[in-house]
Design a protein around this ligand. Structure first.
Ligand code: NAD
Length: 361
């Protein structure tokens, strides 16, 4: 029986990198029946909707999706299709490995850490009060009444909710992930010294859940600003990082930079019922249609997907093929060359071709 998987090619560079990933995944020999659905700019042009119900229905039905990056159009009132998918399907855990591959020019060559980011709340909840609106002024007045503290009358306000429920769920996920993947330590990253009732709660609940895993996985804590400094000086000290939504977003880009950039950073959004695999990078519209960008982040997202659908051998084969092509350094895109203007850099399709050849060879 083939695996049925939803494919959302995405827009901008999405279609180029998704197609490269699909070809590489198929080269492993795994039997997959793709169900292609549109979301983002292409969907908007055809249906007038950025996120058609059919796309969500397809993921709900197949339970697994591979998704290319999608542009967030400015001024449509839609915050982000990507965030909307994560929220609609309750994909509460964002998993982003950051791993050094030999051959990638980077400050460090021994990084192997995994970011586990809470995906469902925090400042991403999308509850905001616009500067100057009557409801914003009413909120400011209410806050002054309740707290005796003043917010400037011309402020905008974004709400940051952190719940016990979501923190318990993501912390348990991080520890179980650590156990399943033979990882030794979970570091909880926070700013509890300043935001006592949100980050403070996150830390308190994380500590409680950590006790259930005592003796099996070590638990550590770090304040997010100090963590940023630690990561750019001693990143190899870290194993699994557990973070609320916003810090997780920022720190995962930082970690992508540590291991060679967005071109090689894969990701997964995992919920109780379904999972969506996608690169950390966005749709890089300026490179659309140029056959230029690195397909590796999408291909490695495919590796995570293969592991998730229990095709571990195929996952290993594909990851090794990527490793070999990067280590050889010949058939790689501009971003993996020491000089990005190196005329010997190959295109998206050609790098995928080289990976496919290794997979089949
Ligand atoms: P981006 O990641 O699209 O691009 C930033 C820069 O990173 C690019 O200009 C390029 O230099 C480099 N880059 C990105 N991907 C690369 C690759 N595969 N190979 C080589 N270099 C690569 O970020 P952005 O410009 O801030 O966002 C563009 C759009 O993408 C926005 O609309 C944003 O909302 C959206 N976005 C989508 C997702 C997603 O679909 N999950 C994630 C982030 C951003």
């Amino acid at each position: 029986m083939p695996h049925k998987i939803t494919l959302i090619p995405g827009d901008g560079i999405g279609r180029e990198v998704s197609l490269a990933a699909v070809r590489c995944i198929e080269a492993t020999g795994v039997d997959i029946k793709w169900e292609e659905v549109l979301a983002g700019t292409e969907a908007f042009e055809k249906t007038g909707e950025l996120l058609p119900q059919s796309a969500l229905d397809s993921i709900r039905k197949n339970k697994v999706a591979l998704k290319g990056p999608i542009t967030t159009p400015i001024g449509t009132g839609f915050r982000s299709v990507n965030v909307a998918i994560r929220q609609a399907l309750e994909l509460f855990a964002c998993v982003r490995p950051a791993k050094s591959y030999p051959g990638i020019k980077s400050r460090f060559n021994d990084i192997d850490l995994v970011i586990v980011r809470e995906n469902s709340e925090d400042l991403y909840i999308g509850i905001e009060f616009e500067q100057g609106k009557p409801e914003t002024r009413a909120l400011i007045d209410q806050i002054a009444k309740d707290t005796k503290k003043t917010i400037r009358a011309d402020s905008g306000i974004s709400i940051k909710p952190i719940s016990k429920f979501a923190t318990e769920r993501i912390t348990r996920f991080a520890f179980e992930y650590a156990l399943r993947n033979n990882r030794k330590k979970v570091t909880c990253v926070h700013k509890a010294n300043i935001m006592k009732f949100t980050d403070g709660l996150f830390l308190k609940v994380a500590r409680e859940v950590a006790e259930e895993f005592a003796g099996r996985v070590t638990f550590e804590e770090a304040i997010v600003d100090n963590m940023s400094m630690q990561l750019v000086t001693k990143p190899n000290k870290y194993d699994v990082l557990l973070l609320p939504n916003l810090y997780g977003d920022i720190i995962s880009d930082l970690c992508a930079g540590l291991v060679g950039g967005l071109g090689v950073a894969p990701g997964a959004n995992i919920g109780t019922d379904s999972a969506v695999f996608e690169a950390v990078h966005g749709s890089a519209p300026k490179y659309k249609g140029q056959n230029k960008v690195n397909p590796v982040a999408m291909i490695l997202s495919g590796v995570l997907m293969l592991r998730y659908i229990k095709e571990a051998k195929a996952a290993e084969k594909l990851e090794n093929a990527v490793k070999e092509v990067i280590a050889e350094g010949k058939s790689v895109t501009y971003d993996l060359k020491s000089d990005p203007l190196d005329p010997a850099a190959v295109g998206t399709k050609e790098m995928a071709d080289a990976i496919i050849k290794r997979c089949k060879g």
